[in-house]
Design a protein around this ligand. Structure first.
Ligand code: ZN
Length: 287
């Protein structure tokens, strides 16, 4: 299940993670979906802009490359400028092995293979304002925004930090971004409460263990219930007027029932009470 988040769910995920955003006119429908597929998505790809006037370029494109060039631009002050949503011209073709590693939640190969796969369909793309000359600094606020934004998408989709790669890890044609992706993944993993990829132990996302159907009784309060609700929202199954929150309510039952129907259950099997099979497929991060 890696259906792209709706603009609303995406924005909520970013704000949950403490990302500071600025919405630019029309961002929710500014994309290249008319030119090719968008989704299923498997990860986040980071870039540096290597130029001036990056806001205009990212939104409108370049003479030889129509915009948008990314979903968002992260400026040096740590603001994520929301410019588009959907397929954007950021990745181009890239390595099948790199995509396979992302899908397996493993660190990418040391060197990407030949260009073979359409990355614009598979990744959320973000540009980071930097000249990319090795001397232009990435201020702390900017790196913090990159970390939060990436973690927000990983959390919403149930991905680990291994799902965040740099353009330079996607294709041999590119060198961006000009910071260590391994360090950034370590930061993201720490934020997610998981082990960084590429460490001595096999990396893997830390998903919450199924607590048993009896856990889900009206009035039960737990951070785990909030985590469940966020995942349901991310999967397009949220039926909340307010929330999701820590208390198990009728809205949680309705939302979970929508998830069960999404998986093909019906009747008494889609009663809104979590069972192990539907739980495992929801991949709820540890609360
Ligand atoms: Zn790039």
């Amino acid at each position: 299940m890696s259906t792209p988040l709706t603009p609303a769910a995406y924005l909520r995920a970013l704000h949950h993670e403490g990302t500071r955003t600025r919405e630019h006119p029309g961002w929710r429908s500014h994309n290249r979906n008319h030119k090719g597929p968008w989704g299923p998505v498997h990860g986040v790809m980071l870039h540096h802009t290597a130029g001036s006037d990056s806001l205009s370029a990212c939104r409108n494109g370049l003479p030889d490359l129509p915009g948008p060039l990314c979903l968002g631009l992260i400026t040096k002050d740590g603001t994520v400028h929301l410019l588009g949503h959907g397929r954007t011209n950021h990745a181009g073709p890239g390595s099948a092995a790199a995509l396979a590693a992302v899908r397996a939640e493993q660190a990418p190969p040391a060197r990407p293979g030949p260009d073979a796969v359409d990355g614009n369909a598979r990744f959320y793309g973000f540009e980071i304002e930097n000249l990319g000359n090795g001397r232009d600094p990435y201020p702390g606020a900017q790196l913090d925004a990159v970390e939060r934004l990436s973690a927000a998408l990983c959390r919403a989709h149930g991905w680990s930090a291994a799902s965040v790669i740099g353009h330079k890890e996607w294709t041999r044609r590119k060198i961006d971004p000009s910071f260590s992706m391994a360090s950034m993944r370590t930061r993201i993993a720490r934020r997610l409460g998981t082990r960084p990829p590429g460490g001595p132990d096999r990396p893997g996302p830390a998903y919450a263990v199924f607590p048993g159907a009896a856990f889900f009784v009206p009035g039960r309060r737990s951070p785990l219930i909030t985590a469940v609700g966020r995942r349901l929202v991310a999967e397009g199954c949220g039926r909340y007027a307010v929330g999701p929150g820590p208390e198990w309510t009728a809205a949680d039952v309705l939302s979970y029932a929508a998830w069960q129907r999404e998986l093909g259950y019906s009747g008494a099997d889609a009663d809104g009470i979590p069972g192990r099979a539907s739980w495992d497929r929801l991949r709820v991060p540890q609360a």
